[in-house]
Design a protein around this ligand. Structure first.
Ligand SMILES: [Fe+2]
Ligand SMILES: [Fe+2]
Length: 268
């Protein structure tokens, strides 16, 4: 079962949650929070882009998948926005966060208005290809397994659906505007830099101090494991992302994790 399913998820969020999304790993936690904060700006932009492209696509299957893509993305950012609003109270510099959010909104509104559909579709595929690659690596490393923080749960559901619709932006770029390998790669590189830079600048405003972590996470052994996993991710990530830039890259060929159906069932 690999088809795209629009799930109207309603997570039960507590009024309060801490900043330790991944136990003992304050850097990954801050990064996940940063990524969550940018989604209510990014995903509506992806939907606007896709909606403009739908009438240009003749292939009915691709067209249908583009509509389902919009349905999934709309649910993603709504759930993330709820988590973001709870986490906001811990922001170290709300003014800096407001500035970054305003900049993101201006970027995406401006690009929807002033840039070509081809550019916006290439940006969308740049994000989707990066997400699929990183999601596969995250699942492979078991990073979110048994993690109970509400943002980790939302992220696991979100990542699973990102894999479900992994081919849509790629197909939309080809079917709506004719594709173009070098152009896509150039814009994808910019998209990934843009997203990582905003994600980290936002996430940094939520980075926990080491001293504020629970004592069981501060032990030398626990921190050694966290560092090793971080290092493994940092070493592996450039390679998995680089593959999405190769001429033969097709998200249709990606090998899904063995337990993918299990993940789908978990959130269905
Ligand atoms: Fe999404
Ligand atoms: Fe997506």
């Amino acid at each position: 079962m690999n088809s795209i399913t629009v799930r109207k998820m309603t997570f039960d969020f507590p009024d309060d949650m801490d900043l330790m999304v991944i136990p003992g790993d304050r850097i990954s936690s801050a990064f996940l929070i940063g990524a969550s904060l940018l989604l209510p700006y990014l995903e509506p932009y992806l939907i606007r882009t896709m909606r403009k492209a739908i009438p240009l696509v003749e292939d009915k299957k691709v067209q249908e998948e583009m509509k389902l893509f919009c349905g999934q993305e709309a649910n993603h950012f709504k759930q993330h926005a709820q988590v973001n609003d709870i986490l906001r109270q811990y922001c170290k510099d709300p003014e800096a966060l407001a500035t970054l959010e305003a900049e993101m909104e201006a970027d995406y509104r401006g690009w929807s208005k002033n840039r070509s559909l081809k550019w916006n579709l290439a940006y969308s595929e740049g994000f989707e290809a990066f997400t699929s690659a990183v999601t596969l690596m995250t699942f492979e490393m078991g990073m979110l397994d048994d993690v109970t923080h509400p943002l980790a749960k939302v992220t696991e559901w979100h990542f699973m659906e990102e894999l479900e619709h992994r081919t849509v932006a790629f197909d939309a770029y080809k079917h709506a505007v004719g594709g173009g390998y070098l152009f896509k790669n150039r814009v994808a590189l910019f998209a990934q830099w843009h997203l990582l830079s905003y994600g980290w600048r936002m996430g940094k405003l939520f980075l926990m101090d080491e001293a504020d972590m629970a004592p069981e996470y501060r032990t030398a052994e626990f921190q050694r494991q966290v560092r090793n996993r971080g290092l493994k991710m940092l070493t592996k990530a450039p390679f998995v992302v680089l593959k999405t830039y190769l001429p033969g890259y097709k998200p249709h060929k990606l090998q899904l994790p063995e337990r993918f159906a299990e993940l789908q069932a978990k959130y269905s």
